[in-house]
Design a protein around this ligand. Structure first.
Ligand code: COA
Length: 248
């Protein structure tokens, strides 16, 4: 378990807290493994009725750690098991997931939200997926989920242009349910997750599945994107973009 992901359980809500604020909650392999482990464990724990993903003040998640991208490209091993395990766990989750976003949500910090059921964000939050500017392609099933959610025009803006969406644009695009003041965000999200966890569990699982469709279709898209992503990681375009970030 990574020390940079904190897990706790209170009022039937399993909280997954990203806790690497000094790096704006950029995700490492160890953090992906810890998140996947928590999601998988929560699925099988009767005491868990819903999950809540939270970040740090001002930084929900700055995406994948770019140093890890460089290491992945050097190893030729693609995205690696921890990332794929986390993404599959998100797609296959049967228990609802709430997220509370304060500040930056970049890359997978935004695309993971497309797997969540209820997302609250503070007014100064920003959602951005700079995949193409990094020489990369969309991941986490976002090439399927984003156009479904917001239509192809806005999905292109988000996923290909890397345009920043502010909190209001994220609500309009269907990424975020409601905007909540930063100082009330986590408590409000926890209360929402507690209320969701208190619903009849079987009925909720069935309703959720009807709303979200077949998880295996999403898993198949995650895997297809991962093949393209792995190829792009080693591309000169991506290598140049990573070097530019790391040598700023
Ligand atoms: N990977 C690795 N390190 C990251 C990171 C990432 N994705 N995002 C932030 N960090 C690190 C920075 O390198 C910096 O480390 P340092 O203090 O050792 O130099 C620290 O986090 C703080 O980031 P900084 O850039 O100083 O903060 P900022 O407020 O000026 O900018 C961001 C924050 C998130 C806008 C900027 O760091 C950024 O663009 N990060 C990359 C985001 C990205 O492209 N993610 C991948 C998407 S696929």
């Amino acid at each position: 378990m990574s020390a940079e992901v904190e897990i706790d359980l209170y009022d039937a809500v399993q909280t997954l807290r990203l806790a690497r604020p000094q790096k704006k909650n950029a995700l490492t392999g160890a953090m992906y493994s810890a998140l996947a482990e928590a999601l998988e464990t929560g699925e099988n724990d009767e005491a868990v009725g819903a999950r809540l993903i939270v970040g740090a003040p001002g930084a929900f998640c700055a995406g994948n750690d770019i140093k890890d991208f460089v290491a992945m490209a050097a190893s030729g091993g693609g995205l690696g098991e921890p990332i794929i395990r986390f993404l599959h766990a998100l797609a296959r989750a049967q228990k609802p997931i709430v997220a509370a976003v304060d500040g930056l949500a970049i890359g997978v910090g935004t695309t993971m939200l497309l797997h969540c059921d209820y997302v609250l964000a503070s007014p100064h939050s920003t959602f951005r997926t700079p995949f193409l500017d990094l020489g990369l392609v969309p991941e986490a099933g976002s090439s399927l989920l984003a156009p479904q959610r917001m239509g192809p025009a806005r999905a292109f803006e988000l996923l290909c242009l890397g345009a920043p969406f502010d909190a209001e644009q994220a609500v309009a695009a269907g990424i975020v349910n409601h905007i909540v003041a930063a100082d009330a965000l986590e408590a409000t999200a926890h209360e929402a997750a507690r209320e969701i966890a208190a619903k009849p569990r079987e009925a909720l699982a069935i309703a959720r599945r009807l709303i979200r469709g077949d998880p295996e279709e999403i898993v198949a898209r995650i895997d297809k994107e991962a093949v393209a992503f792995a190829e792009r990681l080693a591309s000169p375009e991506a290598q140049a973009a990573f070097a530019a970030f790391l040598h700023r």
